[in-house]
Design a protein around this ligand. Structure first.
Ligand code: UT7
Length: 316
């Protein structure tokens, strides 16, 4: 991937919001209907509970509305909506069209489907729109995986859930927050994690696990190299929340201590496109980020895709 050219029009976050599925489902709840147990799920995945329910548009509107309110801007001021989702509410139109209408936006809107790497793909695209002249872009990552999960399949039912995270990105006069980025895909691996139209998620968990660590590390290293920073410079790593063991293996290989990782998987499960914004804005809301801190976002997902970005934290 190319390096960001000098003097490009930069952008920074000015507001964010998050939303989770309406109903909380604990590991114990799942153990009442499938052959699993709380101890296995916690130890093998790091998940304690998840939240399911709501459509992709509904959750997107909830997080998007909060992001607009925090940024203090009116819906009609947004120049573009980029919605990352792998679970659109309809095949046609794109769910971003529904969200555009419900939020009262007056701008172009499109979906990005890069599975669990989706939010980083959308964020890089949003920065590109601002580089091309847009002033304010709303970026949302939402997935409602509960709808495509087979709740009798213990290989997948313990992992997946629903959630959304949104951010307002605004053009800034000074340097922008995006210092380096990388988007990857290896379509030859599509059969290890997929969902046919009208079907349920099918997954070779062990193979996904094995590849995930490798492609996360590879993508993160490319972004850091493009940004001209070292792993020791990173204040917070925000990995895709798929399995705590994947996160810890990736952190170990990147030589970033786990204390620097943003973790919400215990409470959220795997929410695909929503997982990185949920973890990032949870860390921000908890005061874990100060202006100037370097943040490394890194995701992987079906495709298989991988995506990462190095951001310099600091709202406008
Ligand atoms: O966004 C990307 C989406 N996907 C992923 O990131 C998934 C990546 N893969 C994983 O997270 C892990 O491979 C899983 C969590 C899916 C599975 O963990 P694992 O450590 O790879 O377990 P395993 O498949 O090797 O199974 C170990 C044992 C087996 O029993 P035996 O053969 O040792 O007797 C399984 O039958 O655990 C059993 N098992 C379960 N037991 C209780 C498998 N699933 C469950 C379950 N509850 N839900």
């Amino acid at each position: 991937m190319p390096k960001i050219p000098q003097n490009v029009r930069g952008a920074r976050f000015t507001g964010w919001g998050t939303a989770l599925g309406h109903k909380t489902v604990t590991n114990h709840d799942l153990s009442l209907t499938i052959d699993t147990n709380d101890e296995w799920i916690r130890e093998r995945t790091g998940i304690h509970r998840r939240h399911i329910g709501g459509s992709t548009a509904e959750l997107s509107v909830a997080s998007g509305r909060d992001a607009l309110a925090m940024a203090g801007i009116a819906p009609e001021q947004i120049d573009a909506l980029v919605l990352a989702t792998t679970t659109p509410d309809r095949t046609v139109p794109a769910t971003s069209a529904t969200v555009q209408n419900l939020l009262g936006l007056r701008c172009g809107a499109f979906d990005v489907n890069a599975a669990c790497s989706g939010f980083v793909y959308a964020l890089v695209n949003a920065h590109g729109l601002i580089a091309m002249g847009a002033e304010k872009v709303l970026v949302i990552g939402t997935d409602t995986l509960a709808r495509i999960t087979d709740w009798q399949d213990r290989n997948t039912a313990v992992l997946f859930a629903d959630g959304s995270g949104a951010a307002v990105l605004e053009h800034t006069q000074g340097p922008g927050q995006l210092l380096g980025w990388d988007l990857d895909a290896d379509g030859s691996a599509e059969d290890i994690l997929f969902c046919d139209i009208g079907g349920n998620i099918q997954m070779d968990g062990k193979e996904v696990f094995r590849r995930a660590v490798r492609i996360m590390v590879d993508s993160a290293q490319k972004s850091m190299a493009h940004a001209g920073v070292q792993a020791s410079d990173i204040s917070l790593i925000v990995p895709h929340q798929a399995n705590i063991r994947i996160i810890s293996a990736a952190c170990e290989r990147l030589e970033i201590p786990m204390e620097k990782a943003a973790i919400v998987i215990d409470n959220t499960g795997n929410t695909s496109s929503a997982s990185i914004p949920l973890a990032l804005f949870d860390a921000a809301d908890k005061g874990r980020l100060a202006p100037g801190d370097l943040v490394l976002l890194v995701g992987f997902g079906a495709g298989m895709t991988a995506a990462s970005a190095v951001l310099e934290w600091g709202t406008q």
